[in-house]
Write a protein that binds this ligand. Structure first.
Ligand code: SF4
Length: 432
């Protein structure tokens, strides 16, 4: 979501004549768009500002703006602690970006915009064309969260659940496709909680599928309790919706899920997986796990390990629990770090084994790849992704960017698959 936000901030700033530069020492303004989900996010802000300070030691300082969830969660502290920062702007106040810059060009007052005015934000952002021209683009359709998992800062930094209108999203999708986008990932902290005047995520997917040159649709991140029947069904009927679902579970233990306030148990979660598989047997799953959550026993950890094996996720993101300021879990007693580390090691080893076993099954088989870029390493290599987001590299003298081709996977490792194009395999548009 931060990538999408950064692009939109740039779309706004262009209107007052700011342009992107790769040359840091030339910048008149330096924007640090932060993510509070990452560990040590605040330290990273101070560290990055240290770099800028060094660069501008003997020069007029640039305007420094910190945006994103760290700005929202710790804005006052940042302004007090680091005098070099001129403004903090929370994720729901990006529409105030240009007025902030124009003000700071004239005077050097400190500015803190961290209100939750999400309606005004999107009303204002809609005035600016989305200029992203990537083959694969993000589109925020929903923000915020009402779930309050005990470990998570999102409800405090992004506010309550809010959905954008189908009409404005359709327009933005069209703009992206006209710019050259073939694949759109619909984003939301709780993307499947999307609800605009009764229109749900499945309705939105159905609508945007009508855009002729839009070839692939994805969505992330979904919450298990928001999987309505219509969303399960559209995985059977839509040819453009990709068959990979990121379905965070966080733990395989009902005790821990209760302590996390996740609002579902494992029985429910596994039933949902089987419903989705019934709807479309080609669906695969990825997930997030927190290892070593406060109170996690050996038995709880074993339950996570068993779930990993049972579902056979093709990708997992697992981290040791780390407390976030202001969340209930930050007040809980942490488990021994050595034990948590050991468990993570065991978990990740198994996750990697499962992933590699799955990837080996792809060797010598046909995959359909949407090519995104020429490889930065070699001119005759192109990078793309299959329907399950696996990265694939092929050699080609033809410019493949934006094309969909059938490829035979010949080889691969944990991160990348390699393949050969099956000749004359360019795909025509899918039916909606
Ligand atoms: S549902 Fe997701 S975004 Fe909401 S509180 Fe839980 S982890 Fe955070």
């Amino acid at each position: 979501m931060n990538e999408y936000d950064s692009d939109r901030i740039y779309d706004i700033a262009k209107n007052i004549n700011y342009k992107k530069t790769n040359n840091l020492s030339e910048a008149d303004c330096y924007v640090l768009n932060t993510c509070h989900i990452r560990e040590k996010a605040t330290e990273k802000v101070y560290h990055d500002i240290g770099r800028v300070k060094k660069e501008f030691r003997n020069k007029k300082k640039p305007i420094i703006v910190v945006t994103g969830c760290v700005a929202q969660a710790e804005g006052d502290i940042l302004l007090k602690k680091e005098k070099y920062i001129d403004a903090v702007i929370g994720p729901q106040s990006y529409h105030l970006f240009n007025s902030t810059l124009l003000k700071l060009e004239k005077e050097s007052n400190k500015i803190n915009f961290t209100e939750f005015d999400v309606i005004e934000k999107f009303d204002n952002l809609n005035r600016f064309k989305n200029s992203s021209s990537s083959v694969s683009s993000y589109l925020t359709i929903q923000e915020g969260c009402d779930k309050f998992c005990k470990f998570c800062v999102v409800p405090y930094t992004r506010g309550a659940e809010f959905s954008r209108s189908v009409k404005e999203l359709f327009k933005e999708c069209k703009e992206l496709v006209e710019n050259g986008t073939s694949e759109i990932t619909l984003l939301g902290q709780n993307v499947n909680a999307y609800n605009y005047e009764g229109k749900r995520l499945s309705d939105l997917i159905f609508e945007i599928s009508k855009i002729e040159n839009l070839k692939r649709i994805r969505y992330t991140t979904s919450h298990p309790i928001d999987f309505s029947k219509d969303l399960i069904d559209i995985h059977r009927t839509s040819k453009k919706l990709m068959p990979l679902i990121h379905l965070p579970v966080q733990s395989g233990s009902d005790n821990i899920l209760r302590n996390m306030n996740r609002k579902h148990d494992i029985h429910y979660y596994l039933d949902l997986i089987s419903e989705l598989k019934k709807s479309n047997p080609l669906i695969e799953f990825s997930s997030d796990f927190i290892i070593g959550y406060p109170g996690e026993t050996d038995k709880d950890f074993d339950a996570s390990y068993e779930l990993l094996k049972k579902v056979g996720y093709i990708n997992t993101y697992s981290f040791i629990f780390s407390p976030r300021l202001g969340t209930p879990a930050a007040e809980m007693k942490k488990i021994d770090n050595k034990i948590a580390k050991k468990r993570l090691e065991i978990f990740q080893r198994e996750a990697e084994r499962i992933k590699m076993k799955y990837r080996k099954k792809l060797f010598n088989k046909k995959s359909t790849i949407l090519f995104e870029n020429r490889s930065s390493r070699k001119k005759d290599e192109f990078f793309g992704r299959d329907e399950y987001l696996n990265s694939v590299i092929v050699k080609s003298n033809e410019n493949l960017k934006g094309k969909i081709k059938d490829v035979t996977i010949t080889n691969g490792n944990q991160n990348t698959l390699f393949g050969e194009i099956i000749s004359n395999s360019e795909k025509k548009d899918f039916a909606a």
